[in-house]
Design a binder for this molecule. Structure first.
Ligand code: SAH
Length: 386
């Protein structure tokens, strides 16, 4: 008989039983936590409001609680768990935030400020690009995060903390959230959507569902689950190639879920939500930027109301790429512009994603911790990549 799988529990560098972290808890969880301190439900609701709506980052500022309760909270919980290690500001105003997790991993978030809006009356858009995993298991050949492989998934708290932490550092409210940082959100579905439920709780004034975009490499099960949530969160699908041969080379996940399966899930999403879909499409010189690709892209995007986000390829030289990764080049400017013109002529709604933060390696797909995947210890061996 085969030996039973034994789960090895990593030894954390801190206390064996770390205190619970409050950021990331739902109201129900906070109610249970406060009940453990013999505090009534209304106190839990106050705590919830302090943490999310009022963005309190210290117990001392929670003035509706007496000194004694604040001291007990101090002893029994921590407000947050991420530690800000560093920030880097790009020439274009993009800011990259480097965080250290409680177990010694580094993750990144990016704040893309003040994007122009068509409607002058709307407040300026400030978008946070949030990470959902430490590294990523999917191995897309063009993505820097892939070089880290998957260390672990982030908790809902670590996801929400990136938002409240960046707001605090920036001193400005964030208006939009894109799940386009490190990791594949659909492989961390429960924690991502628990964070989304906290973001979209109207009492918290964090972000409206229509201002949140979940970007996926195309995992059909996740797309269908998201469609069934009944929320107006936006879906973005990283397409990048229109034949299975090429897509499988660039994105190995395509061998498991091919373009047809991804598109069936996208159609399901549209039928359920009636929300247009965004396709992300990076242009690689000589790979996916031909006239045949324009025709294929035009055909595929007709299946449900959609737009295409054409993204310049951001170099990932710093990861010392090998194989295909080392051969990928961005499409030269003129050819890039021509591709977009032809796509528009074919009736496709096209957006061109700017290269915000490229000079600080904060652009899309450039998030990877340099100098290797810094971790004080590496429990990855005990966590199976999904
Ligand atoms: N795993 C999710 C979300 C993270 S990546 C996904 O695949 O969608 C966010 C976006 O950045 C994706 O569209 C991804 O394909 C793109 N991207 C990755 N590497 C890139 C690079 N080097 N240059 C430009 N875009 C990149």
């Amino acid at each position: 008989m085969p030996e039973q799988n034994s789960i090895s529990i990593p030894i954390l560098p801190e206390k064996a039983t770390p205190l619970p972290v409050l950021t990331g808890m739902t109201l129900e969880e906070m109610t249970a936590f406060m009940a453990g301190l013999d505090e009534p439900g209304y106190r839990a609701r106050q705590l919830y409001a302090w943490i999310y709506a009022r963005r309190a980052d210290r117990f001392e500022t929670m003035t509706s609680f007496g000194k004694e309760l604040r001291a007990r909270l101090h002893q029994s919980a921590r407000l947050r768990s991420l530690q800000l290690l560093d920030t880097q500001t790009s020439e274009d105003g993009t800011i990259k935030f480097l965080w250290r997790t409680h177990d010694g991993y580094n993750i990144e978030s990016v704040l893309i400020p003040s994007e122009a809006r068509d409607d002058q009356d709307e407040p300026k858009r400030r978008t946070i690009c949030i990470s959902t995993q430490v590294g990523c298991p999917l191995d897309c050949k063009f993505c820097a995060t892939a070089s880290m492989r998957l260390k672990r998934s982030l908790s809902a708290g670590e996801i929400v903390e990136q938002f409240v932490g960046v707001e605090r550092e920036a001193g400005e409210r964030i208006t939009n959230i894109v799940f386009m940082g490190m990791g594949e959100p659909m492989l961390n579905y429960d924690q991502v959507f628990r964070a989304v439920s906290i973001f979209t709780d109207p009492d918290n004034e964090l972000a409206a569902a229509r201002h949140i975009t979940v970007s996926t490499s195309g995992l059909p099960e996740g797309i269908r689950r998201m469609a069934d949530e009944g929320q107006r969160i936006k879906l973005a699908v990283s397409l990048h190639a229109l034949t299975n041969g090429m897509r499988s080379e660039l994105m190995p996940i395509n061998r498991r879920y091919d373009i047809a399966q991804v598109m069936e899930a996208v159609e399901y999403y549209y039928r359920r939500t009636r929300q247009p879909v965004t396709y992300e499409y990076i242009l690689f010189d000589g790979w996916n930027d031909t006239d045949a690709d324009v025709r294929r892209l035009a055909r595929i995007t007709r299946r449900v109301p959609s737009k295409v986000n054409v993204i310049p390829f951001h170099e990932i030289e710093f990861t010392n790429p090998t194989g295909i990764s080392a051969r990928l080049r961005s499409t030269p400017r003129e050819k890039f512009d021509l591709f977009i013109r032809k796509l528009r002529d074919a009736g496709v709604t096209v957006m061109v994603r700017s290269s915000s933060g490229e000079d600080i390696d904060a652009a899309c797909g450039q998030l990877a911790i340099k100098h290797g995947a810094t971790a004080l210890h590496d429990p990855a061996g005990s966590i199976a990549a999904p």
